[in-house]
Design a protein around this ligand. Structure first.
Ligand code: ADP
Ligand code: MG
Length: 291
């Protein structure tokens, strides 16, 4: 590859909002066979909204106030959606006495002298909290593509809250284009299987790897590489950084976190998935001109 043609290719890519960090990435992108997409903030807008509250024990307003206290110091987009929704209901949110984020699972906090857990089924299981009372409700919300989070107060199930995050307008067409280029498209998420499958169906992704905790995202990429595949990972979150670094090509959504952008080989400034197909086509064109 001549430096001149690589430079020209990089320039063309930049005009389309695709920033390659080095010439070697522009060369290698065309060899990608499998595209792994993070869900939240990559396939979806990453602006979840609180849509459902289902309380099975206690006063709804009290439960929501405690949940707000537990989530108010979490930086997770889900937490921000929950807190925003609770504020919109004109409920005063107390300051927690204690707070810890449990990445991939939820949060643990001490609020008004009570122990709160808000998060996944696995989080409840870890604390032996029975969830049967809301299991059916939870499953039906997840089938709609919503993320439902369980609430426990002093080791007893209090109910759940659900948030919905809509898919980006361009995701479906972009994924169809990736498939037409012969690429395998997989979605990788920490969210549960049902929600992930519902979102996958909305955008035409048939293979979903769900319930993957942040530390395991990179391992899932390595597994695909062991199958002999050249893998590109596309993500926006702090959680995605190790997977972006391990992938043959890491692509960060330009509107995403700095950590993701730093770990990636390519930045997609437009923030939509059409740029994934663009970058592969630019790489092919550039290398074809060289040969
Ligand atoms: P994603 O890969 O979609 O960004 P994460 O790995 O960050 O997901 O989180 C996985 C799951 O853990 C979420 O779908 C949610 O159920 C739960 N979770 C994470 N953070 C929180 C939080 N602050 N409050 C409640 N639940 C949470
Ligand atoms: Mg994300």
């Amino acid at each position: 590859a001549t430096p001149t043609s690589i430079m020209a290719g990089s320039g063309r890519a930049a005009e389309m909002g695709v920033l390659f960090k080095g010439g070697e990435h522009l060369e290698n992108t065309r060899t990608i066979q499998t595209i792994v997409l993070d869900k939240t903030g990559t396939v979806t807008k990453g602006e979840p909204e609180l849509t459902d509250v289902h309380v099975v024990s206690g006063e709804e307003e009290n439960v929501l106030a405690l949940v707000g206290g537990a989530e108010k110091h979490s930086e997770h987009p889900l937490a921000q959606a929950i807190v925003h929704g609770i504020k919109q209901r004109h409920i005063t949110i107390p300051e927690p006495e204690q707070f810890s984020a449990l990445p991939g699972f939820g949060v643990e906090a001490q609020v008004d002298g009570k122990t709160l857990y808000v998060g996944t089924r696995k989080l409840m299981k870890q604390h032996n909290i029975a969830v049967e009372a809301v299991e059916e409700k939870m499953a039906s919300l997840e089938t709609e593509g919503k993320t439902a989070m369980l609430i426990a107060i002093d080791n007893e199930l209090a109910g759940l809250v659900a948030v919905a995050d809509t898919v980006k307008e361009t995701s479906k067409a972009a994924i169809a284009r990736m498939k037409s280029l012969g690429l395998e498209v997989i979605m990788l998420t920490g969210d549960n299987e049902k929600t992930a499958t519902a979102i996958g169906n909305q955008v035409g992704i048939d293979r979903v790897i769900a319930e993957v905790v942040p530390e395991q995202k990179a391992d899932e990429i390595k597994k695909l590489q062991l199958e002999g595949k050249k893998v590109a990972m596309v993500g926006d979150g702090m959680n995605d950084a190790p997977a972006l670094a391990v992938a043959d090509i890491g692509m960060a959504i330009g509107t995403g976190t700095d950590v993701a952008i730093e770990a990636a080989d390519v930045t997609l400034m437009r923030g939509d998935l059409q740029s994934v197909a663009d970058s592969i086509q630019i790489s092919e064109k550039t290398m074809r001109n060289i040969k």
